[in-house]
Design a protein around this ligand. Structure first.
Ligand SMILES: Cc1cc2nc3c(=O)[nH]c(=O)nc-3n(C[C@H](O)[C@H](O)[C@H](O)COP(=O)(O)O)c2cc1C
Length: 344
């Protein structure tokens, strides 16, 4: 018999799949148009797809498997498959929050399977931003993690009947960044970030920020379906979309990661043009795995790794970071947003 927290993990997996199409009906990256370069003056073989996020964190590819799961039998199976694919494709992978593994040690194997299947890969641990130093160190040890993600999920918690109601996180984040000897990435879970949030994180010492915006997985919708108590579905359109969040982050000295609603290599490239130095993908890959198969996800990853260097070539870029020089125009709502927020 699995615990309440493990049961919640399984509900997240099934509802993330059930709500994904509706959550993703608005594809915000369509409002970003890159300017074609008819004279690329580069060959595909000249493209270097590695990205250096900070001194001690280099990824072989600019996209990775973003934080999703752990803590139940089903989560263990999914983590095993994702880790096998991460290893095969040389992709970094984040696990879901390890808080359940710290509370219920019997669930740890649903996380450690990620390291077992990918001993030399980049594995990223994940915890809530309220986790103290001891918990953070324990989570890192469980996975032999190369980096730690701390998630900011106030909107999700407030929709959950059993969720947190107190959100004093900044001092704890600053303490963890100072004391831990691996990179700390602070991320949202799909509601995006504003310029002010990004500045406050940076002032607290955070060097890597994942804006994780609206446009893909939507935890207001997922928790609303789970709890059947409150009708908080009106938060379905809450938060900043991922391209909006990336515009909010422009000019920041922090390393910026994008996630939220990424569904194709062109989205990855557009995120790079808007300033992201890497891109996390959760819901889209999970959907392929659950609705289709591991083989289908394997094929999709191969396609992305074939297409991405070609798109960089088309834009005359030797590296993912070069995308930041690619001119773009913003359409419709996104243009209006950027103007009203004085971001362009
Ligand atoms: C089933 C599921 C579980 C998730 N669990 C976590 C989690 O434990 N910690 C976290 O930081 N983010 C979690 N996320 C959020 C993702 O990491 C990501 O920020 C968000 O889903 C937006 O990306 P997407 O649109 O590609 O799914 C989860 C996402 C999904 C789909």
């Amino acid at each position: 018999m699995e615990s309440q927290q493990a049961h919640r993990k399984d509900e997240h997996l099934s509802l993330a799949t059930a709500t994904y199409q509706r959550a993703h009906q608005h594809h915000y990256f369509d409002q970003v148009r890159l300017i074609h370069n008819a004279l690329p003056e580069i060959a595909v073989k000249d493209v270097d797809h590695h990205v250096q996020l900070v001194d001690s964190l280099q990824l072989e590819w600019p996209f990775y498997l973003e934080a999703m799961t752990g803590g139940s039998n089903q989560a263990a199976k999914i983590n095993r498959t994702l880790a096998q694919l991460a290893s095969k494709h040389h992709l970094a992978m984040a696990t879901g929050s390890l808080s359940v593994a710290l509370k219920e040690p019997a669930t740890q194997s649903s996380f450690t399977v990620v390291r077992d299947e990918n001993p030399d890969g980049i594995v990223i641990a994940n915890l809530g931003a309220d986790a103290g130093l001891d918990k953070a160190r324990a989570a890192i040890d469980i996975l032999g993690a190369n980096a730690l993600e701390l998630h900011l999920n106030a909107a999700q918690e407030l929709v959950m009947p059993e969720g947190d109601r107190d959100f004093h996180w900044l001092n704890n984040i600053a303490n963890l960044v100072e004391k831990l000897d691996i990179p700390v990435i602070v991320k949202e879970v799909g509601f995006g970030m504003s310029q002010a949030t990004i500045e406050r994180l940076q002032k607290a010492g955070v060097k890597v920020i994942n804006v994780s915006g609206r446009g893909g997985t939507n935890f207001a919708m997922i928790e609303d379906r789970r709890n059947h108590q409150l009708d908080l579905d009106d938060l379905a359109t809450w938060g900043q979309a991922t391209p909006e969040s990336l515009l909010e982050a422009r000019g920041s000295k922090a390393t910026i990661i994008a996630s939220g609603g990424i569904t194709c290599p062109l989205d990855v490239v557009k995120a790079g043009a808007l300033g992201a130095q890497a891109v996390g993908v959760a819901g889209y890959f999970l959907n392929i795995l659950i609705r289709d198969s591991a083989t289908a996800l394997d094929e999709v990853l191969t396609e992305w790794q074939t297409e991405l260097p070609r798109l960089l070539t088309l834009l005359g870029c030797h590296s993912f970071r070069d995308l930041q020089k690619v001119p773009f125009v913003l359409m419709g709502d996104l243009y209006s947003y950027a103007q009203q927020r004085h971001l362009i």
